[in-house]
Design a protein around this ligand. Structure first.
Ligand code: CP
Length: 303
């Protein structure tokens, strides 16, 4: 029997997302009512962090404990990964001891190699190429505030990075459009997401990308792993700050999202991220709820 993994957004079908979003709503409602939901008693999640995290660490760890399970946390510095043990050997060993693995690492190929040798489901907690758990939370957040995302338009302003690639995969699967505006030299690479060109449009001017859209979203100018490029990026991205003018160009009911952490005055102005159209705190909280639904689904299937 094949083992289900969640390594990129396109690993699941639209029907599976319908189920996950409905399940997330139920799990969140129970959480808010202090109604215990513990389908994962005696199950263990191993988390491997090769990059820093606040939201991913807390949401997976709290989520697993809330569902009755337990968690083991590993970093490169405190495991044999930092001493060059092959990822395949690490996968063989860890997956004999736990029920589920979440990994945050650099290249997507690394998590794919881990999954190939794992006996248990593997979840992508961010790679250089994709961040599927974040987009899962973002779309659930959009649905909570505005209903279905099908037929809507999302503006991606900034780096053609892992978030942008994942938004494109989601657009193709769930039937919405992404307006992408990146500085020259930081464009999306269509081959990474593997989507066809019907689900997105490219704009040189970020203001034009935002015109009439239902959601404006962005990310830091320098993602983890690209720190050496920081100075060049500060200059290249100067016109890609989501500000009040860009939000004004969007639909009057448009939302603003940012996966966080944010740098006010760089990729987003303070009045936007702290303003009335911003749903970034709901977005962050929803990491907890969507990932509980995801872990339950990977381990137990549909309820
Ligand atoms: N958005 C996100 O993944 O946050 P962390 O880097 O804090 O986990």
């Amino acid at each position: 029997m094949s083992i289900p993994h969640y390594l990129k957004f396109s690993d699941f079908s639209a029907d599976e997302y319908d189920y996950l979003f409905a399940r997330t709503a139920l799990i969140k409602k129970k959480f808010k009512a202090y109604d215990q939901h513990q389908p994962l008693v005696d199950r263990t999640l191993a988390m491997i962090f090769e990059k820093a995290s606040t939201r991913t660490r807390v949401s997976f760890e709290a989520g697993m404990y809330q569902m009755g399970g337990s968690v083991v946390n590993l970093t490169t510095g405190d495991s044999q990964l930092g001493r060059a043990e092959p990822i395949e050997d690490t996968a063989r060993v860890i997956s004999r001891m736990v029920d589920l693995v979440m990994i945050r690492t650099y290249e997507q190929t690394k998590i794919e190699r881990f999954a190939e040798f794992s006996r248990v489901p593997v979840i992508n907690g961010l790679t250089n190429e994709f961040h599927p758990c974040q987009i899962l939370a973002d779309i659930f957040t959009f649905m909570e505030h505005r209903g279905s995302i099908r037929g809507k338009t999302v503006a991606w302003v900034g780096d053609g990075n892992n978030m942008a690639n994942t938004w494109l995969q989601a657009a193709q699967l769930l039937g919405f459009t992404v307006h992408v505006s990146t500085p020259s030299g930081y464009e999306i690479n269509q081959a990474v997401s593997g989507v066809d060109s019907t689900c997105y449009k490219v704009f040189q001017d970020p203001m034009q990308a935002c015109a009439g859209v239902d959601l404006v979203t962005t990310d830091v100018w320098t993602s983890m792993g690209f720190e050496a490029e920081n100075e060049a990026r500060q200059q290249a991205f100067a016109d890609w700050c989501v500000d009040a003018d860009m939000m004004q160009a969007a639909h009057p009911e448009a939302l603003f999202m940012h996966c966080l952490p944010a740098h006010r005055g760089e990729e987003v102005s303070a009045d936007v991220i702290d303003g009335p159209q911003s749903v970034v705190w709901d977005e962050a909280e929803n990491r907890l709820h969507v990932q509980k639904a995801l872990m339950e689904y990977l381990l137990l299937g549909k309820a």
